[in-house]
Ligand binder design. Structure first.
Ligand code: CTP
Length: 419
């Protein structure tokens, strides 16, 4: 029989895991109470840290009642106990839910003027940030930049989703549901052993779209921002790999520890990729997240095409398919593992399966780009990863960082042991 004087040890997938729950001042703060409840039910020890704005939306007493832990909100409380960093140091997982535009900016800039910001600077564990704000604020270049800085730093940006906002507005900016936040935290917890599993490996990643010149001022391009490829490069570097990133034009910051080569056209990308593959006999993996233009103008005009000359006819010629070229090489010890991407809008999975076979890839990440929350220029993605061996892995909507890690999990499982 259970001894009533001895508390039951925690149970659940997060049993005993210290989770820092940062709550900033948005209306979605009420959902943080639900997230706290889900985390407690999963066995976590939750340390809620509320900004002053959050406390105007939801009272600390609610969080204390649910988590059975003291809510910290003031950096000047209990100085002797290092309150301003203690919860950050102890945390094994951290989430800011909701993150306002102001909190995102503070995190990106490394500011530390309240308890939540100091605590987060002291945290070295995986960090999830779930933005919530009005659409205009989310789309403002300053916020976009801050979100990109955080993603480049390996922070898992989750959402926002598209839906009803405060004041009756609708659009992107809504806080993701607590269940989605919990699901990501669970996966991050399960994946902590990923830590160094690519140490000693060399990985080449391609990212962003190519641009095919029409004349000195115009080009044929596509909507790829490079976010997925950059997230993969960042994740591979975090896991210990030596990473080279060959990228089309992108304003994204180079992830820490990654060697970057900038190219513009498909032909330049091909030359850079083949040079790398042929020079490095120890290259383990090539991940082709780039959106390579399939066609280019047969000959680019040396001077600007003037409209007075009438509507031009631009003749296109096919670009070489870099992935297919690598995939046609014999599958021997020298051939790196090949991961391709497929951006599809119709018959998504069937097209992906066909592409996997046609291009000779080992893994193919199929991306349905018809939704607003996955694919081009957003921080979230939802994919199906198909293996040549028939394995199929579905990754529900999550941060591009997490998608990157899930791809790398499958890569690691397929690498032969190091020599
Ligand atoms: N790819 C490539 N070289 C090209 C075109 C595509 O290496 N010239 C790679 C991409 O980097 C990606 C994969 O092939 O990993 C699939 O790209 P996608 O554009 O979806 O496929 P396409 O070959 O263009 O097929 P389709 O036009 O039938 O969709």
């Amino acid at each position: 029989m259970a001894d009533p004087d001895r508390p039951e040890p925690p149970r659940g997938p997060l049993a005993g895991v210290r989770v820092l729950l940062g709550v900033s001042g948005g209306i979605g703060a009420y959902k943080a109470v639900l997230l706290a409840r889900l985390l407690v039910a999963a066995g976590a020890e939750v340390d809620p840290v509320l900004t002053s704005g959050a406390q105007r939306f939801v009272g600390a007493a609610t969080f204390e009642g649910i988590t059975r832990r003291t809510v910290r909100a003031d950096v000047w409380e209990d100085i002797a106990a290092d309150t301003h960093v203690a919860a950050g140091r102890a945390a094994q997982l951290a989430i800011v839910y909701p993150a306002t535009a102001h909190t995102l900016a503070k995190l990106a800039g490394g500011l530390a003027d309240d308890l939540l910001s100091t605590t987060l600077l002291a945290a070295t564990c995986p960090l999830v940030v779930a933005p919530a704000m009005h659409t205009e604020m989310w789309q403002h270049p300053a916020t976009r930049h801050n979100a990109e800085v955080l993603t480049g730093r390996g922070v898992h940006l989750l959402g926002p989703s598209d839906g009803m906002l405060m004041g009756g507005d609708t659009g992107p900016g809504r806080l993701v549901d607590p269940e989605a936040a919990l699901a990501l935290l669970l996966r991050l917890h399960g994946g902590r052993e990923r830590h160094d599993d690519l140490a000693g490996r060399r990985v080449l990643v391609t990212a962003a779209g190519t641009r095919e010149p029409i004349d000195p001022v115009r080009f044929l391009g596509n909507r790829s921002s490079g976010k997925m490829g950059f997230a993969i490069a960042a994740a591979a570097a975090q896991r210990g790999a030596t990473v080279e990133l060959v990228t089309g034009p992108s304003s994204l910051a180079t992830p820490p520890g990654v060697r970057r080569t900038d190219i513009t056209t498909a032909l330049e990308m091909r030359a850079a990729v083949l040079a790398s593959v042929d020079a490095a006999s120890d290259l383990d993996v090539v991940i082709k997240a780039a959106a390579v233009a399939d066609f280019r103008p047969g000959s680019a005009s040396g001077s600007k095409i003037k409209k007075d000359a009438g509507v031009p006819t631009i003749e296109l010629v096919a670009n070489p398919d870099i992935l297919a070229e690598l995939g046609a090489r014999p599958r021997d010890a020298a051939r790196p593992l090949l991961v391709g991407f497929a951006a599809e809008t119709d018959d998504v999975e069937a097209n992906g399966r066909d592409k996997l076979r046609r291009k000779g890839a080992d893994l193919l990440v199929v991306n349905d780009v018809s939704g607003a929350d996955a694919g081009f220029d957003v921080d979230t993605n939802r994919v199906v990863i198909l293996g040549r061996d028939g394995e199929r892995t579905e990754v529900a909507l999550t941060s591009k960082s997490e998608v990157a890690h899930r791809i790398l999990d499958l890569v690691v499982a397929r690498l032969s042991p190091p020599d």
